[in-house]
Design a protein. Structure first.
Length: 456
């Protein structure tokens, strides 16, 4: 019967792989890999300035939500997220995440219509790149050197200029607006026109210094991205719906909360296993969990893959998957300890792992295949989650088989083997008890022995 159905078996029945004999090698290898993963974080810090490639969830940035209209009909349409992502990438934008989002928008007649827009998340806070600020000042000073400029500094997205002669970007001074607008446009920026109430403020000199104090506000990141998208995809017209900035302090708090969530998860896993089985099983599961987390973090650090809140969710999912696999192995070890009492604990562990090996391989392969498809065909945050799961399934299966059982074996042999008295106390205490027992026996024997008076 077995010969007719061999093709159904991933491994032949009765396989007898010697896992315990290789435990020391796998432990040493794991410690080396964990050390390398931690080392990669410090290498990134010294070379790139950050331990990991944080997204705006952790380091701050801007979140923009756009609706899109058909340029010809004016009706709301759904834009292709891939094309928009490609347009921003070609424009030199780095670290940008683009994902679809549905929301209602108001039409001119007051009615609402449901549309599918895009949420764009970027690590930038301003329309200005750091290199643009000085470039704009140099160009401004060169263009208007005849206006006797005494000061030109940036404050956020606004350029403050002090000059002896008037500089204006209003139509009230013919030619001036065109020159200022053209100057900023040459470096990819757009200046907002002054409001009517700002014109007297900026076109009249200060009474004391006799200087003109003018402010030129650059249109924000939302307008800049609108132009990038429209230039690359002329058939659609982007409309900004919401712009939201995430501060660096908020990002630091999220990062701390993510680390705390991982620590709490490990602690609760140890507590669960201590009650579910007994204390012998908890340290091995905790080490395996820490190993899995460190290895996933290490791969993200080495490949410089973006780390977002979705990555943290993926990491916690990996922890749950790994613990589930570990619990299955521990459960089989406990069952076999009750059934096979004539064998050593090393042999029981080997038998137990061999019995669940095929189950672990099939379960892990199924999860890996599913997340691999997500990683290959997914985009944005979906791919980020799938990448964490791909790495986590591999290291989680490995740690369940080769890292959790050795800790259980060591604890069992160290504190749960040998004579009962030796387990309860030290060797010195045992020898002391044996001496007392011998003395008591000798005393009883002496009392029981006949004396000379008795013999007479």
């Amino acid at each position: 019967m077995t010969d007719q159905h061999k093709f159904r078996y991933l491994l032949p029945p009765g396989n007898n792989f010697q896992f315990v004999a290789k435990f020391k090698f796998w432990l040493v290898l794991s410690i080396v890999l964990m050390t390398a993963s931690i080392g990669a974080l410090f290498v990134n810090k010294s070379m790139r300035g950050e331990y990991m490639n944080w997204t705006i969830d952790f380091r701050g940035g801007t979140e923009l939500i756009y609706a899109f209209k058909d340029q010809a009909t004016g009706k709301y349409i759904a834009a292709d997220a891939g094309k928009v992502r490609g347009a921003l990438s070609k424009a030199g934008e780095e670290g940008v995440d683009v994902s679809e989002i549905s929301f209602p928008v108001k039409q001119p007649d007051g009615t609402e219509v449901q549309t599918t827009g895009l949420m764009i998340r970027t690590p930038r806070f301003s329309a200005l790149h750091s290199a643009d600020t000085q470039k704009a000042i140099d160009a401004f000073l060169a263009k208007f050197k005849d206006r006797e400029i005494t000061k030109a500094v940036w404050s956020s997205d606004r350029l403050n200029v002090r000059s002896k002669k008037l500089i204006s970007n209003q139509e009230t001074t013919p030619g001036q607006e065109t020159e200022v607008m053209a100057l900023f446009k040459s470096i990819g920026l757009e200046v907002k026109p002054w409001a009517p109430d700002e014109v007297p403020q900026y076109t009249l000199p200060d009474e004391g210094s006799k200087e003109f104090n003018q402010w030129y506000a650059v249109r924000g990141l939302d307008r800049q991205y609108e132009q990038m998208i429209h230039n690359a995809i002329p058939e659609i017209a982007p409309e900004i719906q919401q712009s939201y900035g995430v501060g660096a302090k908020a990002g630091d708090k999220l990062r701390d909360d993510a680390a705390k969530s991982l620590i709490y998860a490990i602690f609760l896993i140890m507590l669960y296993l201590a009650f579910r089985f007994d204390i012998r099983y908890a340290p091995g599961a905790a080490f395996a969990t820490i190993h899995d987390a460190v290895m996933v973090i290490g791969v993200f650090a080495i490949t410089w893959t973006e780390v977002s809140l979705v990555s943290v969710a993926g990491l916690l999912t990996v922890v749950a998957f790994s613990v589930n696999d570990t619990v299955v192995i521990f459960d089989r070890i406990r069952e076999n300890q009750a059934k096979i009492k004539d064998k050593k604990v090393e042999r029981i562990i080997d038998i137990s792992i061999n019995e669940v090996l095929v189950r672990s391989i099939l379960t892990s392969s199924t999860v890996f295949a599913t997340t691999l498809i997500m990683n290959i065909f997914g985009t944005g945050l979906v791919r980020n989650f799938a990448f964490a799961m791909n790495i986590g399934v591999i290291v989680g299966s490995y740690s369940s088989l080769f890292l959790a059982p050795p800790f259980f074996l060591w604890i069992s042999k160290r504190w749960y083997s040998g004579p009962p008295r030796r387990r309860r106390g030290s060797l010195a205490s045992l020898e002391k008890v044996e001496k007392v027992e011998k003395a008591e026996k000798a005393e009883k024997a002496e009392k029981a022995a006949p004396t000379d008076d008795d013999s007479e």
